[in-house]
Design a protein around this ligand. Structure first.
Ligand code: FPP
Length: 234
């Protein structure tokens, strides 16, 4: 498959399940945190590439509700990488017109990190060129339960459209394409409602090794897929 060129048909929204940082580090006899640090370098490059290609919405699964159960020092490392990321690159993102949105229950995060993230969301809220949506302490089942409770609170029946508005992704289109790296073929509690018709790509490459070539391969693969949304082609 041609992978050095961008196809004509691009997704409007691409989501990444960034997996394999730990294995990347292990293969090099490095601590897991070295894998996560490398993972942040990859996410910066890939997010840039996506926006440069003209994909307006990018979602990253950065911290799941289950990731809290990891050893405390690994969770600490992830928190400090997030702090660095939001502090160092906010200016650059604002210059590029990138709106930052987050989905998940931030109440678990330390106050200083919450405030850094809140600041990034607030300062970028009027940016209109592209949207970087980051899943933080996110789980799809708890997102759905939260939306059901909000619907009950409203006291009137919902339909698919009004229910979608109660999810974290109320103002985002559904992902057209979900990419999971590292060879695992599952969604792991990620955007279960929103991915109803997403094209799924499971690639063997570990997240820190995922580069422009691998991105273009996935985008070309996506362009070649026949999306029928359960209907037949006329
Ligand atoms: C999965 O690899 C990766 C994660 C659980 C964390 C992803 C987070 C980052 C790349 C950095 C923090 C985010 C931001 C927004 C700066 P794994 O550790 O499960 O890898 P393994 O399956 O090989 O062990």
């Amino acid at each position: 498959m041609k992978s050095d060129r961008l196809p004509d048909k691009l997704p409007r929204h691409i989501a990444f399940i960034m997996d394999g940082n730990g294995r990347w580090a292990k293969r090099r006899l490095l601590p897991r945190k070295a894998g996560h640090r490398e993972g942040v370098k990859t996410l910066r490059k890939i997010v840039d590439e996506c926006f440069r290609a003209g994909i307006p919405f990018v979602t990253l699964y950065a911290f799941s509700t289950e990731n809290k159960e990891r050893p405390a020092d690994e969770v600490e490392t992830l928190f400090s990488l997030m702090k660095e990321y939001f502090t160092e690159f906010l200016g650059e993102m604002l210059e590029k017109g990138i709106r930052i949105t987050v989905m998940g229950d931030l109440s678990y995060f330390p106050a200083d990190l919450r405030s850094i993230i809140g600041d990034a969301v607030q300062k970028s809220k009027d940016c209109t060129d592209s949207t970087l949506n980051i899943a933080l302490n996110y789980g799809a089942r708890s997102e759905i339960v939260r939306a059901v409770n909000a619907a009950v609170e409203q006291g009137k029946p919902v339909d698919e459209t009004s229910f979608s508005r109660l999810l974290y992704t109320a103002d985002l289109p559904d992902p057209d394409l979900v990419v999971r790296t590292s060879g695992e073929a599952r969604l792991s509690n990620f955007m279960l409602w929103q991915c109803a018709y997403s094209e799924l790509f499971f690639v063997k490459t570990l997240w820190p090794d995922f580069g422009k070539k691998e991105l273009y391969e996935v985008l070309n693969g996506y362009a070649a897929r026949d999306r029928r949304f359960g209907k037949v082609k006329q």
